[in-house]
Design a protein around this ligand. Structure first.
Ligand code: BV8
Ligand code: ZN
Length: 241
């Protein structure tokens, strides 16, 4: 049997798999023009995401945090899903069990048509009232600062999981169920430094899955991968169909 290329190996495994789980990070949206977090273009006014995406930063200066989110909402509003997002929708439609876990808050998987989806860090187009907890969709660009709840006039915050905040119980349950039951797991465009998402590939591997990474660079999880595909997600993920 001639040595298969990494892409051919993953494609063959996907064709046979009865259940597939995918984890994506900012790298899958890079080719849609959305800046990644730890790439060169990941800064805003010299702040890092870790400085602003925290409950402490919001408590200290909600205007500054909302200005940062307004800047990102304005940028993301003009971006569209790329062939990698569309390929994952196609993969989902192929019938067998499929679950997509994304760390991205840009909403591009939902925009592409993904339905079997957990947005484990939230969604930049959703807001949550800090007083009554009501969650709603808000597409205003910019959102007037400081936004208040239409029900109780409480201060609205992005419905996004910040550093130091725990992920939603339902998202964790769905994610672990998908990780423990999949035969193949794809990890696409994530630097593997943010937890608990960075522990998802080891969980699937431990449960017996074939794990493959698609990334421009090696990551801390590369050593545990059965296959590493070096390349741009928008070019390589469609080849896995
Ligand atoms: C929690 C919302 C506990 C914000 C985000 C020390 C050790 C271990 C853990 C910790 C620690 N100190 C603190 C922690 C916990 C912390 C954490 O992991 N910190 C890190 C920084 C060390 N985690 C948390 O706080 C989490 N919560 O642990 O709760 C708890 C439990 C109970 C009770 C209370 C608390 C919450 C984490 C969620 C944080 N929120 N986002 C916002 O977006 O506004 S995380 C943020 O980083 C984004 O969501 C992003 O998705 C995520 C991960 O980044 P990536 O997606 O990987 O993006 P990145 O830019 O890093 O990498 C891009 C990759 O793509 C690169 O590899 C690049 O090579 C590649 N690429 C680029 N272009 C392409 C490409 N690949 C393919 N094609 C291309 N074209
Ligand atoms: Zn309210």
């Amino acid at each position: 049997m001639p040595e298969r290329t990494p892409i051919a190996e993953v494609k063959a495994r996907l064709e046979r798999a009865k259940s597939v789980t995918v984890l994506t990070g900012a790298g899958i949206s890079a080719d849609s023009g959305v800046a990644t977090f730890r790439g060169a273009d990941g800064l805003w006014r010299n702040f890092r995401a870790e400085d602003l995406a925290t409950p402490e930063a919001f408590a200290r200066d909600p205007r500054l945090v909302w200005e940062w989110y307004n800047w990102r909402r304005e940028l993301i509003a003009t971006k569209r899903p790329n062939p990698a997002h569309h390929a994952l929708v196609e993969m989902e439609k192929r019938g067998r069990r499929f679950w997509l876990i994304t760390q991205n808050v840009d909403g591009l998987h939902r925009a592409a048509g993904s339905e079997q989806l957990s947005e484990i860090h939230g969604n930049i187009w959703r807001v949550r009232c800090t007083r009554c907890g009501q969650i709603s969709e808000n597409r205003q660009v910019p959102i007037p600062i400081l936004p208040s709840c239409s029900v109780c006039q409480g201060l609205l915050r992005p419905h996004i999981v910040w550093f130091g905040e725990s992920l939603a119980q339902r998202d964790l349950e769905q994610s672990y169920a998908a990780l423990e039951s999949c035969e193949v797991m794809l990890i696409i465009g994530t630097s593997g430094v943010v937890y608990p998402a960075a522990s998802f590939a080891p969980v699937a591997k431990q449960a017996g899955a074939f794990v493959a990474e698609v990334n421009l660079d090696p990551t801390p999880n590369s050593d545990l991968m059965d296959v590493s595909i070096r390349g741009r997600a928008s070019e390589t993920v469609p080849l896995l169909l």
